[in-house]
Design a protein around this ligand. Structure first.
Ligand SMILES: Cc1cc2nc3c(=O)[nH]c(=O)nc-3n(C[C@H](O)[C@H](O)[C@H](O)COP(=O)(O)O)c2cc1C
Length: 227
């Protein structure tokens, strides 16, 4: 006949074994993260304020589709207000070394007064170029300036601006009109960006990363022979 203590030990051992086997077979956990920023390049977006001055904001919700770039913008920011009224913009791509300058822009808004949802976390800054230690450079076709320190710059115009499903963001389809690239990033004699020379700054769940080493290239790469 088993004692009560023996029975308890046996039950505990059985529960432990079950938990272990569950851990071994379970490949994923169900989680509810606050953010889904799974690693996209940072862009510095310039837009035009009502008084003609430039606003500058870091964004990571940006992806390219042919000659368009789709952007996701919080509705309460100054960039969203600007692009609703004045569609010109420049998409500036910072390299990994510029992350401290990007982070200097992180707590700033060009919106005055600071909107309720940003109060206590963000402060108003009129001259974000100076605040970040970055240099404005005139664009050719649009009114906001480029960021001189960014080796890739896309002059663009917001062609379609619409609310997202939650109402908290604007989805902007920007048509790229002109691309500026630092010569050392291009394959000489071609219009190709050399993927071995260019490296984006990646925003990965609110941490900054550069790219690792190249793994390979797709069968359609125009620059496969360069590296
Ligand atoms: C690296 C980084 C990425 C960001 N990505 C986005 C984004 O994709 N969309 C967005 O609305 N805000 C994004 N933000 C927050 C905006 O930069 C922030 O709301 C800023 O105050 C906007 O400035 P504005 O009000 O002058 O437009 C990001 C911030 C950082 C630092």
């Amino acid at each position: 006949m088993k004692t009560a203590a023996q029975t308890q030990t046996e039950t505990q051992t059985q529960a432990q074994t079950e938990a272990q086997s569950q851990t071994q077979t379970q490949t994923h956990r169900t989680i509810a993260p606050q953010i889904l920023y799974f690693g996209t390049p940072v862009v510095l977006l310039t837009s035009e304020n009502p008084d003609g001055s430039a606003n500058l904001a870091p964004l990571s919700s940006a992806w390219a589709l042919g000659q368009a770039v789709v952007l996701g913008l919080g509705t309460s920011g100054q960039t969203a207000a600007n692009l609703r009224e004045r569609p010109d913009l420049v998409i500036n791509l910072p390299p990994p070394a510029l992350w401290p300058q990007v982070e200097r822009l992180a707590p700033l808004t060009g919106r005055h007064p600071v909107p309720p949802g940003k109060q206590g976390t963000f402060r108003y800054e009129r001259d974000k170029f100076a605040a970040a230690g970055l240099t404005p450079q005139p664009a050719d076709l649009v009114r906001p300036p480029r960021v001189a320190e960014c080796p890739l710059q896309f002059e663009a115009r917001a062609a379609r601006v619409q609310p997202d499903v939650t109402g908290a963001f604007l989805i902007i389809e920007a048509h790229v009109l002109r691309v500026h690239a630092a010569p050392q990033l291009t394959v000489p004699g071609t219009d190709h960006v050399d993927p071995g020379a260019w490296s984006p700054l990646i925003y990965n769940f609110r941490h900054y990363f550069g790219l690792g080493a190249q793994l390979g290239h797709t069968f359609r790469s125009e620059t496969a022979a360069t590296r």
